[in-house]
Design a protein around this ligand. Structure first.
Ligand SMILES: Nc1ncnc2c1ncn2[C@@H]1O[C@H](COP(=O)(O)OP(=O)(O)OP(=O)(O)O)[C@@H](O)[C@H]1O
Ligand SMILES: [Mg+2]
Length: 241
């Protein structure tokens, strides 16, 4: 569904992604772990065309997108939804309108359909009776969940999550993990999930990639990763009880 071929991304004289090659299979949940600053968010942003690679190819569902125009990228972004690390909701819109925004922009749903889709998306992230509030009136964790709902509401075939559970309590973390798993099982969504949370990765992922300084140092199923001898992977495993 997604393939990166020898991806290189530089900022000035700093090379962040150093020739990364990786295939993400249709319908799988792939977790990406790695220390802070290693290029995880940069990888996701390249995938939706918010950043362009310096070298290499990015294939999404049979199309090479790294040379795509802004107009062509709009089509990709409909197919490939991204949940950003930091929520960035529209402050002047209610939570309902925040979630409805993309639905109004990209589809021709009537008001009843929009209402149904917004309420379903909010309930999937355990948010009920908050539609009328504004972003400033809810906690950071709730804002993160609204931003998840906003992307999930669009039913994209591919979902890219940038640290969807960082900063959430354990109960909500489990709910979000279950949501990712359900979407993949029921809607056959392909998911890439950037995370620092090895426990979530081992529970939810089909495969796990560990990045270090812009390169893949481990790739495998949760069982394979558990047995890894790579020092960074062992450090991540120390967090799991
Ligand atoms: N727009 C940009 N301009 C210049 N440098 C950038 C830009 N975006 C990211 N970087 C640099 O690229 C590197 C990787 O950043 P990235 O945000 O991908 O890290 P990350 O792995 O997501 O880390 P974290 O776990 O902290 O979110 C960092 O050194 C960062 O400073
Ligand atoms: Mg990041």
């Amino acid at each position: 569904m997604i393939e990166y071929k020898n991806l290189i991304k530089k900022f000035g004289d700093r090379t962040i992604l150093k020739g990364l090659s990786l295939k993400v299979m249709r319908g799988e949940i792939l977790f990406i772990l790695g220390t802070s600053g290693t290029g995880k968010s940069v990888l996701l942003k390249n995938t939706v065309g918010l950043l362009k690679p310096d070298e290499g190819e990015i294939w999404i569902d049979g199309e090479e997108i790294s040379g795509f125009s802004e107009e062509q990228l709009q089509k990709i972004r409909k197919k490939c939804g991204m949940v950003f690390q930091h929520p960035a909701l529209f402050d002047s819109l209610t939570l309902f309108e925040n979630v409805a925004f993309g639905l109004r922009k990209h589809f021709n749903y009537d008001e009843n359909q929009i209402k149904e889709k917004v309420n379903l998306a909010l309930s999937l992230v355990n948010l009920n009776d908050v539609e009328k509030l504004f972003p400033a009136q809810i906690s950071y964790g709730m804002q993160k969940r609204v931003s998840l709902a906003r992307t999930v509401a669009l039913d994209p075939q591919i979902l890219l999550f940038d640290e969807p559970t960082t900063g959430l309590d354990p109960v909500t973390t489990s709910a979000v993990n279950l949501l990712i798993k359900n979407l993949s099982q029921k809607l056959k969504t392909t998911s890439m999930v950037v995370s620092h949370d090895m426990h979530s990765a081992l529970t939810v992922a089909d495969r796990i990639v560990v990045l270090d300084q812009g390169q893949i140092v481990a790739l495998g199923t949760p069982d394979e990763i558990k047995k890894s001898e790579v020092p960074l992977v062992k450090d991540f495993l120390l967090e799991v009880h």
